[in-house]
Design a binder for this molecule. Structure first.
Ligand code: PLP
Length: 415
């Protein structure tokens, strides 16, 4: 039921999807000139190594040794077959998941936090700023910063800062400083867009600081491909050839990209993005150039977007409340290589409870979006009497999201 790789089997190079995309990515644009941004435009915010990865065209990029040493604290992660869920559903489908919840921060996010902290340290930066929604990304970067001895300043969406104190405590435990965003408007509940503006403004104004983003950008998805690379190897050990379908929840696209990008060249493998019906970027947004933040400080990115001023309702899957999406994921959806579905949160929590009561583990609300789609795929396979191999990303656990379960179990959760 579980396939583990040894620490020596950790991939030593990331998978770059750029040469495999059905259409070349459009470049990010400078908001003033609408010309493609160059490395110098990005240098106040990011180290050169990450800027190079953002634009890289080579098929693989080596993972630095010090990064591998840290990733080996929890990687390779297990591939698990959800046999008890299969039995509960009575499906002929075989359901496998990659368990990214075993990382120190409890999600996939340290896979990119660690290399981002490493490259910043290597180029002389001593302080990182970032945004966080419910706190998953902030805690991942706080962990990575302490490992490489960097200061870490986290702007946390105010609604979460006030309602969900435990992620803040986790960040502070790893030595980060955490403040509520927007900093200049204490009555505003905040959003990922406002928090990105605060973090970018901070980093751009100080020589010792860089900014770090937990999703969306090409280098972030690149770092997450260790998930899909390991999964391919583990599926082989499980006696499977290729999955029929690969599923991930999609906020900015990093956990989905991590598990699915290594399968882009495998024609016939369906790739599915799952998003909330209340923040339906891929299923109801338009493909356009838009800012990554609310204040309009970032370059313009080619992506599906609901508009940078869109403030999503305060659903429990805070990590999926983003107006835009990764340009890579957006391009795959636009070109028809990836599908997208949206679910209301009540259907998502029904799936989460079914998973917890069959498999035991309690998934994060974000992860539960993927589980909803997995269950529906498995039920469709049952209807059709079809043999089907489903792979999904168990992006994180929900042990710091129990207030959401409390709301669902006691009838307080609305769509
Ligand atoms: C942040 C987060 C997500 C959503 O972000 P992506 O960049 O789309 O992966 C999903 N699941 C968990 C557990 C998260 O913490």
């Amino acid at each position: 039921m579980r396939w583990n790789l040894s620490p020596d089997d950790l991939p030593t190079a990331w998978f770059n999807v750029a040469p495999h995309l059905p259409a070349p990515l459009q470049p990010p644009l400078h908001p003033g000139t609408r010309e493609p941004v160059g490395p110098d435009d990005l240098a106040p915010l990011f180290p050169m190594a990450l800027i190079a990865q953002e634009m890289a065209t080579e098929p693989t990029i080596d993972i630095p040794g010090p990064v591998l040493d840290i990733l080996r604290l929890w990687r390779p992660t297990p591939l698990v077959r959800a046999t008890r869920l299969e039995e509960a559903l009575g499906t002929p489908a075989r359901i496998y998941y990659k368990d990214e919840s075993v990382s120190p921060a409890g999600s996939h996010k340290p896979n990119t936090a660690v290399p981002q902290a490493y490259y910043n340290k290597a180029e002389g930066t001593t302080r990182l700023t970032t945004e966080t929604g419910a706190g998953q990304w902030g805690s991942a970067l706080a962990f990575a910063s302490t490992v490489f001895d960097l200061e870490c300043m986290v702007y946390m969406v105010r609604a979460s800062f006030e309602q969900k104190p435990y992620r803040r405590v986790l960040m502070e435990t790893w030595g980060a400083q955490v403040t509520a965003s927007p900093v200049d408007d204490p009555g505003h509940p905040g959003s990922l867009g406002t928090a990105i503006s605060d973090a970018v403004r901070d980093a751009a104004g100080r020589d010792d600081s860089h900014y770090s983003l937990g999703s969306v950008l090409n280098h972030v998805l690149l770092h997450q491909t260790v998930i899909g690379l390991e999964a391919k190897e583990q599926l082989r050990l499980a006696g499977e050839h290729l999955p029929d379908v690969v599923i991930g929840s999609c906020g900015g696209g990093s956990n989905l990209g991590g598990i699915s990008l290594p399968f882009v060249p495998d024609e016939g493998v369906r790739l599915v993005a799952v998003e909330p019906a209340s923040c339906p970027t891929l299923t109801a947004g338009s493909f356009d150039y838009d800012f990554g933040d609310t204040a309009g400080l970032t370059p313009l990115l080619p992506m599906y977007t609901l508009g940078h001023e869109f403030v999503p309702p305060p659903i429990h899957a805070g990590g999926l409340r983003y107006h835009g999406d990764s340009p890579i994921i957006s391009s795959l959806v636009k070109e028809g290589r990836m599908e997208a579905v949206a679910y209301p949160q009540s259907k998502v929590f029904e799936a989460a409870i079914q998973f917890a009561r069959s498999q035991g583990s309690v998934p994060a609300p974000e992860t539960s979006h993927a589980i909803r789609a997995v269950i529906d795929e498995a039920l469709a396979a049952k209807e059709e009497g079809a043999d089907r191999v489903i792979l999904f990303n168990y992006s994180g656990h929900g042990l710091l999201d129990l207030s959401a379960y409390d709301d669902f179990l006691h009838g307080r959760l609305t769509d």
